[in-house]
Design a protein around this ligand. Structure first.
Ligand code: DON
Length: 305
C-alpha cells in the first residue's frame, strides 16, 4: 500500500501547479504550494503514508463536522436544527447571501461558515477558556494525539482579517440564530479553525468516524453511531461546499476540505484518509488532494455508492 500511495502522490503532484495557496487569511500564504502528502489508517489500525504526510497545517473548515458532533452531543437535536439547516447551499463557503434571501434566514447547513458559527456558539462551557479546552480535548481524543494545539499566528491573522465572518455573526445574532457575546463566539470559531494537525491526525479522525464513533485503538466510544452517521452524511452533501455534487460523483466518499489544504475522508468500515495539498482550486478545495482521492477511490474501489 505504501508503494501505491507513493505512486499516486507522484502522479498527481503536477496538479499542485494549477492551484493557489489561500491568501485571504494572510498567514496561510506561507504554505508551500508544491506540498502533497497522504496518510491512510485502515480498520486494522495499520498506518500507510507518502509525500508530505507529516507537514503541519491548520485544520480550517475540517473542524466544522467535528464541532457539529460536539454541538449535537451538548444539545438536543431539535434545538440545534432550529438554528442551522440540513441542505446544501450550492454557494461558496463564505457566502452571506442566503442569510438574507432564505425565507427563514437560517444558515443552510453546518459546513458553510455561517452554519459553523452557529454550531460553535452551541458548545457548552462556563467560560470561553472552558469551551476552548473542551473543544481541544475532543479533537485530541478523536485524533488520539495529546499534542494537538492551536497555531496562534494563523489564529491572530484570521481574527484580524475575518470581517466577513464577523459580519455574518452579527447578522446571525440579529436574527436570533446565535445568543451571547458575538466576539467570544468568533474567537472560539477562529481558534477551532487554527488547530494544527497533519495527515495522520486527519486519517485517525476519519477512521474513527468510519467505525461509527468507536476509537480504532482504545475501542472507546467517542461519538454515538447516530451522530457519526449524520456527520458523514453532511460530509457527502456539503463537505466540499459548492463542489460537493461533483466530488460525490467523481470520488464517492464522505470528505471534508479546509482552506489550509487538508481533506479528511472517511470510508465507512474501511479507512480514514488524510490528504494535504495547500494549492487550492477556486472553490477553496485542495486541487491535487481531490485528484489523489479520485485516483485512490478508483484503484481501491472505495466509492460508497
Ligand atoms: O472561516 C474561514 O473562512 C476559514 N477559517 C475556514 C474556511 C475554510 O476552510 C473553507 N474551506 N475550504
Amino acid at each position: 500500500m505504501n508503494n501505491l500511495l507513493k505512486q499516486v502522490i507522484d502522479e498527481n503532484k503536477k496538479y499542485t501547479n494549477y492551484g493557489q495557496v489561500a491568501s485571504y487569511i494572510p498567514e496561510l500564504k506561507n504554505a508551500k504550494r508544491s506540498d502533497l502528502g497522504i496518510c491512510i489508517i485502515d480498520n486494522n489500525n495499520k498506518i500507510y503514508t507518502a509525500g508530505n504526510y507529516n507537514t503541519k497545517f491548520t485544520i480550517q473548515s475540517i473542524s466544522k463536522p467535528i464541532v457539529l458532533a460536539m454541538a449535537l452531543m451538548d444539545n438536543d437535536w431539535t434545538s440545534v436544527f432550529s438554528k442551522v439547516g440540513m441542505e446544501p447551499s450550492g454557494d461558496p463557503f463564505n457566502s452571506i447571501m442566503k442569510l438574507e434571501t432564505n425565507d427563514t434566514k437560517k444558515p443552510s447547513n453546518p459546513m458553510i461558515n455561517a452554519g459553523a458559527i452557529v454550531t460553535t456558539s452551541l458548545i457548552k462551557g462556563n467560560s470561553l477558556e472552558e469551551k476552548e479546552e473542551r473543544m481541544l480535548q475532543f479533537f485530541r481524543r478523536l485524533a488520539n494525539n495529546d499534542s494537538i494545539g492551536i497555531n496562534y499566528e494563523v489564529y491572530k491573522s484570521e481574527k484580524l482579517t475575518g470581517d466577513r465572518n464577523r459580519a455574518m455573526a452579527y447578522l446571525l445574532k440579529n436574527d436570533g440564530f446565535i445568543n451571547g457575546d458575538v466576539e467570544e463566539i468568533l474567537d472560539l470559531y477562529f481558534k477551532q479553525c487554527s488547530i494544527e494537525i497533519d495527515c495522520v491526525d486527519l486519517a485517525r479522525i476519519g477512521i474513527n468516524l468510519a467505525m461509527y464513533g468507536v476509537d480504532i485503538e482504545s475501542k472507546e466510544r467517542l461519538i454515538s453511531e447516530k451522530v457519526s452517521r449524520m456527520i458523514k452524511t453532511f460530509m457527502v452533501t456539503c463537505g466540499m461546499y459548492d463542489a460537493s455534487g461533483e466530488f460525490a460523483i467523481r470520488v464517492g466518499i464522505p470528505a471534508k476540505s479546509g482552506v489550509g489544504g487538508g481533506v479528511m475522508a472517511s470510508v465507512p468500515e474501511k479507512m480514514g484518509i488524510g490528504v494535504y495539498g495547500p494549492a487550492l482550486d477556486k472553490k477553496g478545495n485542495s486541487i491535487a488532494g481531490i485528484k489523489v482521492l479520485e485516483d485512490l477511490s478508483e484503484k481501491l474501489e472505495l466509492n460508497i455508492f
